[in-house]
Design a protein around this ligand. Structure first.
Ligand SMILES: Nc1ncnc2c1ncn2[C@@H]1O[C@H](COP(=O)(O)OP(=O)(O)OP(=O)(O)O)[C@@H](O)[C@H]1O
Ligand SMILES: [Mg+2]
Length: 298
């Protein structure tokens, strides 16, 4: 009797629409079928990165600020961008958020090209940005500041709910309290923002970014001017956002203590180009990095 392994897949091969080649044994056909199924599964599970920056360039007049910059950030991952003053870090954030258009190259958010889209449409793709100077309302309390994005941004929310309450108001109050807890600000609930320490203001702004449903956080020097303890608190918060809340985080930072604390991959940019990337240990030993950046930063 003909064995299963050796029998030709002659029936399938007679069908001109069959994917199975004529002359295969059943064993080969099974292997091919399994490989095709696996490939389809891999394609389905392979999601585009949170952010892709591909050959992006930007000049102001004759000044080339970004020069074919290329890197990507996976979903739920964190990368830190280091580089000397004026090397184009904030300009990169301006391009990612649509504040400025790139001259050349492509920026993709979860696989979708966003080049040329206005900032409000890019923001709807879950991109939020923390500026070098915190964007908070100094005359309001901590809780009131947080209510601004919650009320303005949530589905079914709006000024009417803010004024008259309802289910949306209850959900917002719960979310507000969660975010205050996450950012270590619960005890500052009623404190006017003018009375907060510098590090607390920065954490409040991060809480306000989280209040808008976001997948990709862009943080521009979140620890500028902070004490060592405040810097550590922000580092812990940012790591939790990645590990416990699945956020992709791109951080611009000069503070080497903070960068070490984050323990994430680093991209070193000089004159609008990536000159090195890898772990803190790798880039801090890189001769090009020492010559053009760390030599001055340390
Ligand atoms: N809108 C603009 N128009 C003209 N020049 C600009 C503009 N934005 C940035 N620049 C210039 O581009 C260069 C890069 O600026 P950018 O703010 O991106 O640097 P950076 O790496 O963020 O520096 P820092 O570490 O000081 O924050 C600087 O020379 C700056 O003056
Ligand atoms: Mg900057």
């Amino acid at each position: 009797m003909e064995s299963l392994q050796s029998r030709r897949t002659s029936d399938a091969s007679r069908d001109p629409t069959s994917a199975v080649d004529a002359g295969n044994t059943v064993e080969q056909a099974i292997r091919m079928y399994a490989m095709t199924a696996q490939r389809a599964e891999n394609n389905e599970s392979r999601q585009p990165p949170a952010l892709e920056v591909v050959g992006v360039s930007k000049s102001f007049g004759g000044l080339v600020v970004l020069d074919g910059l290329t890197f990507e950030l996976e979903r739920g991952a964190m990368t830190c961008i280091l580089g000397p003053n004026g090397c184009g870090k904030t300009t990169l954030f301006n391009l990612i958020t649509g504040a400025l258009p790139p001259d050349d190259g492509e920026i993709r958010i979860r696989g979708v090209s966003v080049g040329g889209l206005p900032p409000h449409l890019i923001s709807r793709k879950g991109v939020v940005r923390k500026f070098q100077v915190p964007g908070i309302y100094p005359e309001l309390t901590v809780a009131e500041n947080l209510e601004v994005p919650l009320v303005a941004g949530g589905p079914g929310n709006g000024p009417i709910r803010l004024l008259f309450g309802g289910a949306g108001a209850k959900a917002n109050a719960e979310r507000r309290n969660e975010l205050l807890e996450l950012c270590g600000l619960s005890r500052k609930f009623d404190t006017p923002v003018a009375n907060l320490a510098h590090g607390e203001r920065q954490r409040l702004e991060i809480a306000m970014l989280l209040a808008r449903d976001s997948d990709l956080l862009l943080l521009d020097e979140p620890t500028a001017g902070m004490s060592a303890a405040e810097t550590r608190a922000v580092a812990e918060l940012v790591v939790r956002l990645r590990d416990e809340h699945g956020k992709a985080v791109l951080v611009i930072e000069h503070d080497m203590a903070f960068v070490r604390e984050l323990g994430c991959p680093i991209i070193v940019m000089v004159r609008g180009r990536v000159i090195a990337s890898g772990s803190y240990q790798t880039v801090s030993r890189d001769p090009a990095v020492i010559a053009s950046y760390l030599g001055k930063a340390r």
